[in-house]
Design a protein around this ligand. Structure first.
Ligand SMILES: O=P(O)(O)OC[C@H]1O[C@H](OP(=O)(O)OP(=O)(O)O)[C@H](O)[C@@H]1O
Length: 182
């Protein structure tokens, strides 16, 4: 059995380890964290795709693996970004919370935007960024939270669209990623 998947993305090649997430399902684990060259190349490629959209003045990403990519993209666009957290922190006041079910979710998970960050988003035109979109559960929950902040989501981008069920054609992405059913 092939234990890895060879991904070609943004002019680079990476071997992704296949990991089991259910008795009959394995996914290719894509972890950009710490891979500076991959982050920079993907940010370049995504920037080329969205720079013409105009008027985006804030990025938003769910933690965690998409954060460095979002930072790199934000630098290219000359904007700031907000990170939606996956737990409520003690320093948050009046956080906006939605439940999440994603392809990797094993326990109850939430997506949270602190009131302080929500205020930064009010009136902004936003691009949502993530490393991977699979079922779209994380994206949907994030949009649910964002709808309460007064921002407008202009576009959604990801490095990979995984075959986890997300079917909207509104996602800008670089490559598709298969899943592996046994
Ligand atoms: O479309 P979905 O089915 O929601 O899956 C995509 C989400 O899953 C991954 O995050 P993960 O839950 O692994 O969290 P992490 O980045 O905090 O490790 C990925 O970074 C997306 O946020």
């Amino acid at each position: 059995m092939n234990e890895s998947y060879t991904l070609h993305v943004a002019g680079l090649v990476r071997e992704l380890k296949k990991v089991r997430i259910a008795p009959d399902l394995r996914i290719a684990s894509f972890v950009m964290l710490g891979d500076t060259r991959l982050i920079e190349k993907c940010a370049d490629a995504l920037y080329e795709k969205i720079k013409g959209l105009g008027d985006i003045n804030m990025l938003v990403c769910p933690e965690a693996k998409g954060i460095p990519l979002t930072h790199a993209l934000a630098v290219r666009m000359g904007v700031d970004y907000v990170v939606a957290r996956k737990s409520v922190k003690g320093y948050m006041e009046h956080p906006i919370i939605a439940e999440v079910k994603s392809i990797t979710t094993t326990e109850k998970q939430v997506i949270v935007i602190d009131e302080f960050d929500a205020a930064k988003l009010d009136g902004k035109k936003v691009c949502v960024v993530d490393d991977v979109v699979s079922t779209g559960g994380s994206l949907r929950s994030l949009e649910e939270v964002l709808a309460k902040t007064g921002c407008t989501v202009i576009s959604k981008v990801a490095v990979l669209l995984e075959e986890g069920g997300y079917s909207n054609d509104d996602l800008i992405y670089l490559e598709r990623l298969p899943i592996f059913k046994d």
